[in-house]
Write a new protein. Sequence first.
Length: 286
Amino acid sequence: MAEPAQWLQDKIAEHYAKSDGGSRRPTIDLSKPSVARVYDYLLGGQNNFEVDRLAADMLNKKYNGGATEVCVTNRRALQRAVRYLAGEAGIRQFIDIGSGLPTQQNVHEIAHEIDPAARVVYVDKDPIVLAHGRALLADNRTTSVAQADAVNPDSILDAADTRALIDLDQPWAVLMASVLHHLTDEDDPAGVTRRLIERMPSGSYLFTVNLLREDHPQAGAELEAEVVSQVGSGYMRTWDQIRRYYDGLEWVDPGLVYANDWRPTDPDRVGGPWATVMVAGMGHKR
Ligand SMILES: C[S@@+](CC[C@H](N)C(=O)[O-])C[C@H]1O[C@@H](n2cnc3c(N)ncnc32)[C@H](O)[C@@H]1O
């Protein structure tokens, strides 16, 4: 497969030349896997490199297809959450933090099936997401993509790109699917969600999906070390730690559960040996 590295570097150069004369331009690091590109590969995407495919294949080999199962489970739970938010909950503003590369059935596509005027801000720290996102969304006035780090939620909420699409005084939903487990304990993931929740107006929502270190017989330090060594991050946390992400919110039924059990709709259900390693939940601010 031809590597689209040059195309990407050009896209990134183009974007940064427009925004700040090119001085902050990042390059795509092909010496090690990136979470966004490994995830893209595991979901069947094309925006990945040899180094990413090797890491993903290693994990799948060692854990009998577990890496693919976990990614598909996560993605489907996120898609069901967006359908619920745009449908039953009537949410029209979404901030998708750690959004990953555009793939099939993206958040804005699902939301736009319900209301074409729904607005989505995609945020990811990986420059490859910015490059592909800008290309995909070039003509979309309801959707934008920004490069930012989840560890600083104020910088995301206060960014001009966010303010251009999201009225922070009206209810909004934050989506953090499989991103908080890429933050270290020092990054304080519970502090990140606390700050987001503090700034939410009443009627807003938080949806997260996380790796669980309890329940599955292979979950724990060894699996965590393997994931971190292959993709650079992926910290498994306990039910209690994950529950704390929602302090100050009311649970949306069915609360914090295995991701497959979060409002399942056949034939969406993945159901496999790794089902107990991913939990999902949605909180609502009264
Ligand atoms: C496993 S992917 C999940 C993508 C998407 N949320 C989904 O559920 O389909 C995790 C994404 O989080 C991004 N990410 C990891 N740490 C981040 C951080 N500190 N700030 C912003 N994005 C981050 C990665 O670059 C990657 O694209």
